[in-house]
Write a protein that binds this ligand. Structure first.
Ligand code: PGA
Length: 262
């Protein structure tokens, strides 16, 4: 059973007071919801106070995640945070977000190292993959992915990010399909289009591992998801949840999204 999952990527937003209020409001607003997983990913520095604030309920429905981690556990790496440091603070780590690929020039190789480091520490990576340009068929609004652009891009990123990840470990991985053209633009992909790409990702996992692995792995959609359009994604059986940026900073909207998903 793939548990429906909603990841809130707060990016470099909030101050401590806002973060705690937001977390509290999400906690209160989602108390009645069952069988979903909510992963809040604040900036690193709010993880500890949030873990304290949410202590009693953490680990059940609401989990914490980091937005990044380095691939070594310690050493002379100024400014970096290691998976070992995050180990008791959170359960998930977003790896390979397009904003890091773009602004920090993270490569598939670096992302693969990070995936391994996160898994070695017993944490779960949320591995992001996605293409830069809107594919031809999505532009026409017919919601059919362009096969060539897709295989040369998304599936290669996927394969490179998961290089040498064993069958035992892959069950701790969550994948997020995030078309870069949809992130922060207000132009989400169509639900059917996202479902088709996610289906191809699942097929690729099947080829790389096996049927059980492909059936069990959670694959999310991310890119301008909000309370208005979330149902378009979560009603697709292929899509196991969403990764939200902007909309996850608004308590009411995010709670509504959790309700829609549940
Ligand atoms: P967005 O961000 O929801 O604001 O488009 C998604 C993301 O960056 O993961």
């Amino acid at each position: 059973m793939r548990i429906p999952t909603i990841v809130a990527n707060w990016k470099m937003n909030t101050n401590l007071a806002d973060a705690l209020i937001l977390a509290e409001s999400i906690k209160n607003g989602t108390e009645d919801l069952e069988n979903i997983e909510i992963v809040l990913c604040p900036p690193f520095v709010w993880l500890y106070p949030m873990a304290e604030k949410l202590e009693k309920i953490l680990g059940k429905k609401i989990k914490l995640g980091a937005q990044n981690a380095f691939w070594e556990n310690e050493g002379a790496y100024t400014g970096e945070i290691s998976p070992k440091m995050l180990k008791n603070l959170c359960e998930y780590v977003i790896v390979g977000h397009s904003e890091r690929r773009n602004h920090l020039k993270e490569t598939d190789e670096m992302i693969n190292e990070k995936v391994h480091a996160v898994l070695r520490s017993g944490l779960k990576p949320v591995v992001c993959v996605g293409e830069y340009k809107m594919m031809r068929e999505e532009k026409k609004g017919r919601g059919r992915p362009d096969k060539i652009a897709m295989s040369s891009n998304i599936l290669n990123q996927l394969k490179a990010s998961l290089e040498r990840v064993s069958k035992n470990m892959i069950s701790n991985v969550v994948i997020a399909y995030e078309p870069i053209w949809a992130i922060g633009t207000g132009h989400a992909a169509t639900g059917s289009y996202a479902a088709q790409i996610i289906n191809s990702i699942r097929e690729k996992i099947y080829k790389m591992y096996d049927w059980d692995t492909a059936t069990d792995i959670r694959i999310l959609y991310g890119g301008s998801v909000n309370a208005e359009n979330i149902s378009e994604f979560v009603r697709q059986p292929e899509i196991d949840g969403v990764l939200a940026g902007g909309a996850s900073l608004k308590a009411k909207e995010f709670v509504k999204m959790c309700q829609e998903m549940a």
